[in-house]
Design a protein around this ligand. Structure first.
Ligand SMILES: [Fe+2]
Length: 192
């Protein structure tokens, strides 16, 4: 029998108490998703492999829901903002919710037919991610971007497709703001 619980979440830092797990992604682990590998390598060696994002989660075996925070650090590689790997869910019938707590980001989505969408990630905005839309979050601000996500643990992240072929759009620096461009390196390989 699972018991109810109340988890304290700090919307500025992403800290959760209690928590059951989490992980950190550093820039060197994300070289596949950035275009400029040379600039990325220089940044890894000059800045001690910066943290791009941290995930903290609250997960209980047997539950149909789990949730957590993702905290994304500000930064870019040759104008490409720090971003998450991006994924589809293995279970194509399960979506997700991203509720932004602080910072400023863009949620980039695309479906299997090639339609793309963006949703602004601003404090108080709760993004609805429908089933079978790939999703990637991108910190376009100067501060940490912190958001709470809620998902079914059976959804299971499928990173392969996006790591292999990229997403159709890029979000890059444009002066003090950002712009969304077609990704010149995008190539459709998987045929799924
Ligand atoms: Fe997801």
């Amino acid at each position: 029998m699972l018991h109810p619980d109340g988890i304290r979440i700090n919307g500025q830092t992403g800290e959760m108490a209690p928590k059951t797990g989490g992980y950190i992604k550093r820039l060197s682990e994300l070289s596949a998703i950035f275009q400029d590998k040379i600039a990325l390598g220089e940044q890894v060696s000059s800045y001690e492999d910066p943290v791009v994002y941290e995930v903290i989660e609250y997960r209980k075996d047997g539950s149909d829901l789990f949730f957590g925070t993702t905290t994304m650090y500000p930064g870019d590689v040759s104008g490409e903002f720090f971003m998450t790997r991006g994924h589809f869910h293995e279970r194509r019938d399960l979506g997700e919710v991203y509720y932004t707590q602080s910072g400023k980001g863009i949620l980039l989505l695309e479906d299997r037919e090639g339609r793309t969408e963006t949703v602004e990630m601003l404090p108080g905005v709760c993004a609805f991610i429908p089933p079978d839309w790939a999703h990637r979050s991108i910190n376009v601000g100067a501060e940490k971007l912190v958001f709470v996500w809620v998902c079914n643990p059976l959804a299971s992240n499928d990173y392969g497709d996006i790591l292999q072929r990229g997403m159709r759009k890029l979000v890059v620096k444009d002066g003090v703001g950002f712009k969304v461009l077609d990704n010149p390196a995008f190539h459709m390989q998987s045929g799924r």
